[in-house]
Write a protein that binds this ligand. Structure first.
Ligand SMILES: [Zn+2]
Length: 389
């Protein structure tokens, strides 16, 4: 397939995926998770192929399946918040070798095999932050800037060979937890698809499908109507741990959320900030928030701390290289934060605050098509730096 044909095929498949998502959002279609946009260039690209474990000599056609039984036994309570063991509840079925990306040239589709889930923050009735804050006639509306940059970044990433999944491509509202469910379904669906080729089957993993579908369909950030599903509250329930352990087996998939900042008290505060989460940050946040430690599920400890910091650093470096004027003028532009998209997604997940709508200096940058394009190039180059440098 020529590059052009491949691009068209990818675009058509993405459009079909988006159409299905749109129908699902209006309730006209009973969406199944496998209807989510699939990685379409994976097979055609020189991607790292996970090696089946030695014991899985069984083939997909064999009746002798290896049963995948995750180890989800909660550790006993001994005071304070508990932690899940740092070892995965699952064997490393896919062992993706990221070293195949090292040294690839920018000119040669270096990100073929990589998927980036781009999350344009807010949308629909949720405008995000506004300037001026009165909603009657704002000069700048966060949700629009987020989407404009996300769409441009998606184009730049595809040019580098990456597959891109957009949580939204239009001015639509979706809950934070639906964004999280999109990232969850992506990994779970791929894992279920891949398990047979390694000789495994697992009811435990299939059980996650309806749980994620509920979050997706309910599309609410409330606990009361089930919008947060099994991901509500502090700590991680066994199902959440299983989901996170599955996502941990997809190091070639990233989640990047795009936002704009506001600092109402001081219009001089300006510049780019990048947020990420760590295992320790997650534990501290849960300790602050959990009212009853004995009844709080154990805190997850399997985040890729180094990967998150590395992606956050690359995003800062590469965006500032494109747009030095976005340099933050406060004391820290790399920050640990307890955001739901960082806590409840165990892909390498980072949130970018692209500038302050309260700063006249940043507003000029954020509203400029040319500057948005530069931020998008910076995001794509950061992903390139993350995998290839
Ligand atoms: Zn925001």
């Amino acid at each position: 397939m020529s590059n052009r044909t491949a691009k068209i095929a990818v675009s058509i498949l993405m459009l079909i995926g988006v159409a299905i998502l749109a129908l699902a959002a209006t309730g006209n279609l009973n969406i199944e998770p496998q209807d989510l946009p699939e990685r379409t260039t994976r097979e055609s690209a020189a991607t790292p192929t996970p090696t089946p474990p030695a014991e899985s000599s069984t083939t997909a056609s064999s009746v002798e399946w290896l049963r995948l039984l995750p180890d989800l036994v909660e550790p006993p309570y001994t005071g304070g918040l508990r932690r899940w063991p740092s070892t995965s509840s699952l064997p490393a079925i896919r062992s993706t070798d990221l070293s195949v990306y090292e040294g690839r040239s920018l000119a040669d589709k270096p990100l073929a095999g990589v998927t980036v889930i781009l999350d344009a923050g807010h949308g629909g009735q949720d405008s995000g932050t506004l300037y001026p804050t009165s909603p009657s006639n704002p000069v700048i509306v966060e949700k629009d800037i987020n989407l404009a940059v996300a769409l441009k970044a998606g184009d730049r990433l595809r040019e580098l060979g990456a597959d891109v999944v957009m949580t939204r491509e239009t001015d639509e509202w979706l809950s934070i937890y639906k964004r999280i469910a999109i990232a969850g379904q992506y990994a779970v669906n791929h894992f279920i698809d891949e398990l047979p080729s390694y000789g495994y089957k697992s009811e435990a993993i299939e059980n996650l499908v309806p749980l994620l579908k509920d979050i997706f369909d309910i599309n609410s950030d409330l606990v009361s109507d089930g919008g947060r599903g099994f991901l509500y509250g502090y700590g991680s329930r066994p199902e959440a741990r299983l989901l996170f352990d599955i996502q941990a087996q997809y190091p070639e998939v990233l989640f990047i959320s795009l936002h704009c900042n506001a600092y109402v008290g001081d219009s001089r505060v300006r510049g780019l900030q990048v947020y990420y989460q760590t295992n320790e940050g997650n534990y501290k946040a849960a300790t602050r928030g959990a009212e009853n430690p004995a009844e709080t599920p154990p805190v997850y400890t399997g985040m890729d701390d180094a990967g998150r910091l590395r992606l956050a650093t690359a995003l800062r470096e590469r965006i500032l290289k494109q747009l030095p004027a976005l340099k933050f003028n406060g004391h820290s532009d790399l920050l640990i934060a307890d955001y739901a998209v960082l806590r409840n997604i165990n892909l390498v997940s980072v949130l970018v605050e692209m500038g302050f709508v309260t700063s006249p200096h940043d507003r000029e940058i954020l509203l400029s098509n040319e500057s948005q394009e530069k931020i998008a190039v910076g995001i794509a180059e950061a992903v390139y730096q993350y995998y290839c440098r």
